[in-house]
Design a protein around this ligand. Structure first.
Ligand code: AP5
Length: 222
């Protein structure tokens, strides 16, 4: 299955991507995670991307597209993938369509839109913590680790993302409305969009997503 998760910052894309990718048995490809890994390693791509990420702006399309093209050409992505954070603009979506046609004569099966309002986004982002080693996402109130600041999964340090400051969150929401929200109409017009209510407990949201995917892959576990 080839699927994309779309939704505003903090909608829960990273959280759900992990669980949905395991259920569907495809690699999860997160452009935000790839950029952050490059930032922490100090690569030229990371140095460039950081300037945009710190402001809450999008990294320019040409840079992002080259990075995703390389990743999709790796063998593990040939039979399917879950994209989290890409595409984020209509030009990126058009390039993805072309890429799939060129590399596998295929197209996207489904785009899941995680629907949540701005107040909830702000609550989620201001309490988010991420594990420095395994990238597991936590929340200080909604999904706290057992020990403050320590990841339950691998004991890694939890950190707060630089782009989760109040002013940056506000800019990310504006950028989403202007540049990414038009993707919803783009994919609806192609008949591949499914909206998912992304409020309520994480497990409930995962279950809604899996139920929406079952018609395409009937053997999905509950
Ligand atoms: P990226 O990392 O993709 O950020 P984003 O889209 O802004 O999304 P987030 O990661 O902030 O949120 P999320 O929806 O994944 O929510 P999460 O699961 O963490 O991109 C970062 C930057 O990289 C961009 O700003 C841009 O600069 C650049 N970039 C990336 N891709 C790009 C592209 N394609 N083009 C150009 N630039 C690009 O959840 C948030 C919090 O809520 C967590 O604490 C979680 O525990 C909690 N939570 C989740 N679900 C629930 C629930 N159901 N109930 C309560 N709490 C919940």
């Amino acid at each position: 299955m080839r699927l994309v998760l779309v939704g505003p910052p903090g909608a829960g894309k990273g959280t759900q991507a992990q669980f949905i990718a395991e259920h569907v048995d495809v690699p999860k490809i997160s452009t935000g995670d790839i950029f952050r890994a490059n930032v922490s390693q100090g690569t030229p791509l990371g140095v460039l991307a950081k300037q945009f990420m710190d402001r809450g702006d999008l990294v320019p399309d040409d840079i992002t597209i080259d990075m995703v093209r390389d990743r999709l050409q790796q063998p593990d992505a040939r039979a399917g993938f879950l994209l989290d954070g890409f595409p984020r603009t209509v030009p990126q979506a058009q390039v993805l369509d072309d890429l799939l046609r060129e590399t596998s004569y295929s197209k996207l099966d489904v785009v899941l839109e995680l629907v949540v309002d701005d107040d909830e986004v702000i609550r989620r982002l201001s309490g988010r913590r991420t594990c420095r080693t395994c990238n597991r996402i936590w929340h200080v109130d909604f999904d706290p680790p057992q020990k403050d600041g320590i990841c339950d999964v691998d004991g890694g340090d939890l950190y707060q993302r630089d782009d989760d400051q109040a002013e940056t969150i506000a800019n990310r929401l504006e950028v989403y409305a202007e540049s990414t929200a038009p993707l919803v109409a783009y994919y609806a017009s192609r008949g591949v969009l499914i909206g998912i209510d992304a409020t309520g407990p994480v497990d409930d949201v995962t279950q809604r997503a899996i139920d929406a995917l079952r018609p395409m892959q009937p053997n999905l576990a509950r």
